[in-house]
Design a protein around this ligand. Structure first.
Ligand code: UDP
Length: 327
């Protein structure tokens, strides 16, 4: 069976990708430094502990497994932290990815699937963002991901590294079988924070900004179910295996929901009140990020069937009540 090197395979999205890869007949080899990931989440293939900045370790893992492709998830991904500590983001995300890309090329592993972000687009006036929209990130996280996209393009020109870049919108939900789910320490993402607040595991959710130019004053995001998201990655891998060229795909649904709408949906799924307070804006947040996702649907045959707000929150709530990882 073909092996795929999955960096960040012990994290939220990477662990779901490993499950999807295994179901599709691949062996996912997780490479993760466990800084934000969990060894308990590595359930679907071998685990190699290592850091992206450690080229010798990467070379050894490429030599041991001879993967046919890389799926690169490992990254720091908190917008707020990227504004207060940009050096950490540039070193880990950009230098780390460059080290990985060089190791892949040296090993002759030339199919690369990359986890990028809608944060590369930045603030744009109320438009639906498609893959050809301009990229003007307003935070260091988005800037670091845009830089890696540029590295991939240069390495294709120079070394034939073929790549599929996925620009994610907001990922939510969990494996409906409950094998893996979202578990960050500290947690910074809206849906798990909301569920924690509902469950009494933290005091209250703070809404970051209620004066945005949106109908209810809170930020609008496009939420996509993690299982749909990783299905797209398997389709992206097959796209490369079929010899198709490098391509960028947005992964979102095209529907935007405000923070207050996500809160309202959580209330109706859990049948409980959401304790919350209203706070100032968080540095680096865009008003509205909504995807044009026609390309992934039309070209990859992607069908994001689980990505209704109701199903995402229902699946997240089920995981929230039963699942967690231990260090
Ligand atoms: N958000 C919020 N309170 C929180 C966490 C997030 O109001 O405690 C808002 C945040 O400002 C953004 C949306 O929820 O508008 C989604 O934020 P998240 O951190 O989940 O994802 P991001 O959009 O930063 O990738």
């Amino acid at each position: 069976m073909s092996k795929v090197l999955v960096t960040g395979g012990a994290g939220y999205i990477g662990s779901h990708a490993c499950k999807a890869l295994k179901s599709a007949g691949y062996v996912p080899v997780t490479f993760d430094n466990l800084e934000t990931g969990w060894e308990d989440a590595v359930k679907f293939g071998p685990f190699e502990k290592g850091d992206l900045l450690d080229r010798d370790r990467l070379d050894a893992v490429f030599a041991q497994y001879a993967p046919v492709a890389v799926m690169h998830f490992a990254a720091l991904s908190q917008v707020g932290e990227s504004m207060s500590n940009p050096g950490r983001y540039w070193r880990n995300n950009v230098t780390g990815s460059l080290t990985l890309i060089e190791a892949a090329v040296a090993a002759g592993c030339l199919d690369f699937v990359f986890s990028s972000t809608c944060a590369t687009y930045g603030e744009q006036d109320n438009v639906v963002l498609d893959e050809d929209s301009a990229q003007h990130p307003i935070n260091a996280y988005g800037a670091s991901k845009r830089a890696i996209e540029e590295i991939l393009r240069d390495f294709e020109t120079a070394h034939g590294l073929r790549h599929v870049i996925f620009r994610y919108f907001n990922v939510a939900g969990a494996d409906p079988d409950g094998e893996v789910g979202e578990f960050h320490r500290p947690e910074t993402h809206l849906v798990p924070l909301l569920l924690d607040a509902i469950d009494g595991k933290r005091d209250a959710l703070t809404i970051f900004g209620t004066d945005y130019p949106t109908p209810d004053g809170t930020c609008i995001r496009d939420y996509v179910h993690v299982c749909d998201l990783v299905d797209a990655h398997v389709l992206g891998l097959k796209w490369l295996e079929d010899g198709k060229g490098s391509r960028v795909f947005n992964l979102g649904t095209g529907s935007g929901f405000s923070v207050r709408e996500v809160m309202q949906q959580s209330r109706s799924v859990t049948n409980r009140e959401v304790p919350y307070s209203e706070g100032p804006r968080r540095a680096g947040d865009c008003t509205k990020l909504v995807s044009g996702s026609r390309r992934a649907i039309a070209e990859l045959g992607w069908s994001p069937d689980r990505s209704t707000l109701d199903t995402m929150i229902r699946d997240a709530w089920r995981w929230h009540q039963t699942g967690h990882y231990e260090k």
